[in-house]
Design a protein around this ligand. Sequence first.
Ligand SMILES: C[S@@+](CC[C@H](N)C(=O)[O-])C[C@H]1O[C@@H](n2cnc3c(N)ncnc32)[C@H](O)[C@@H]1O
Length: 305
Amino acid sequence: MSNMINMQSIVDAVLSEWPEHEIYISKSLSGYTEEERAHVERLSERICALAGDRLPDFAASYKWLCGVFNEEQIAFIRTGKYRRTSFAEANAEVYANKDFMQKYMEGLLVSQLLWSNHARAFLFHDAFIDSLKEGTRYLEVGPGHGLYLATAALNPRCAVVEAWDVSAESLEQTAASTRRMGISRPVRLAQRDVAEVGRRAEDGEPFDVVVISEVLEHLEDPLRVLKNLRTFLVPGGRIFVHFPINSPAPDHIYLLTSLDEVRAMVEEAGFRVETAEEYPTTGYTLKRAMATKATVSCLVIGVNP
Ligand SMILES: C[S@@+](CC[C@H](N)C(=O)[O-])C[C@H]1O[C@@H](n2cnc3c(N)ncnc32)[C@H](O)[C@@H]1O
């Protein structure tokens, strides 16, 4: 890892907080191909830039987040269900809870490197951004820590960059992320519940791309939201969906259990599926993850016909 200084900084910060995590980390980071490693270092560089001199705090938040997720995992194994079922519960306990949300998004940022399914989802998003045409109008729903949004805003092909999030804390973190990445052009951030959003005259021109990563499983009716988001896209526009299956978390309420179900939902919302990928959680093959109901990140790109 000699030429991977940013990755090493993140690993060092986490291990100094949590030495027992070493086996998991080496399992996660040893599986990348040579080509993936260069991208992973670019990802690490961004995470370091976003965390800045608070990297040790972000590492502590990551350890805390893993504890919270483990509790959810134990309940999921016992019941086969997510613990919460309504947006109101998740909103009160998570999105509107500033302290919880701050640690959650900080920890989730570190997981973008250390959980191999998250790292591969980021690389998939990076390749997607690189494939966009000049002048793209980009909307992201639920940017959270702001890593994906900052990546889009850094890319000159994205002419317009806008994001909506229901959580004030997420929007603060996203705004801070764009500042830390040195993005000076305007990025429009709005506090909006995507389940309540209908297209209005003042919404202006439709978008070429909508990115919704790790948000649909937080919603009571993700199909309705996908149908609604289609009305914000130009004909031929694309939706980037990242939907984790079998993925218990404090704010996950909608359970899907296969890539086929994710794909079917995107199709039922009226999109033609262009690409679909699945990345199992660290240390699992896809077969083993499906057999044991371990988390798999499902990535689907749909085209608005
Ligand atoms: C798990 S984070 C995902 C962050 C990032 N997109 C990623 O993939 O790592 C979920 C984000 O979605 C936001 N969110 C949840 N429900 C939402 C809703 N109904 N409308 C808008 N944003 C929502 C949360 O506040 C949070 O910022």
